[in-house]
Structure formats: C-alpha cells, structure tokens
Design a protein around this ligand. Structure first.
Ligand code: ZN
Length: 88
C-alpha cells in the first residue's frame, strides 16, 4: 500500500475507521501500519481491537485492580487495559 497523504488525512482515516461498527483483521492491520507511519498514537482506539488477532474486540469484560480485562471471543486472548483514574 503506497501512502502519500498528510498526517491530518491519516488521522481522519483512522478516526473514520474506528467509527465503524465492524472491520476486518486486514483493515485493522492497515490502520495500525498507517498510524505507525505517521507516529499517530491510537490511544483509546487500542481498546477496540484484540492485541493478538486484531479482530474487533467483543467479549466478557472484567474489572479488577485498576485494570479492565476483555477476553477476545475469537482467540481467547485476555486484553488488559489500565483504567484511567480520575484525579481529584
Ligand atoms: Zn483475539
């Protein structure tokens, strides 16, 4: 895939991608590559796909010790995310 777009265009593409309800593994891979190329941080978007199989992350969600664990329905990978704590 040849990429000759600007960083803001890349960011728009990424935002549009994650606004979608469904996406394929191949598309997720492309978006990750795009983000890497432009050094765009995916931030919260990372929580939307499984870190192992890159499919849309759906499954059992558990909260414990400041972490959110989502078990991937597809590959069984336990995706752990640190929860942002509101500081007061
Ligand atoms: Zn998975």
């Amino acid at each position: 895939m040849k990429i000759d777009i600007s960083k803001s265009e890349a960011r728009e593409k990424i935002d549009a991608f994650f606004a979608r309800e469904e996406f394929s593994v191949e598309e997720a891979r492309k978006i990750k590559r795009l983000a890497m190329k432009f050094k765009i941080r995916l931030g919260d978007y990372k929580k939307l796909f499984c870190k192992k199989c890159l499919s849309k992350l759906k499954g059992r969600t558990r909260f414990s010790g400041g972490y959110k664990t989502v078990v991937c329905k597809k590959c069984g990978e336990r995706n752990r995310f640190k929860m942002d704590r509101q500081r007061s």
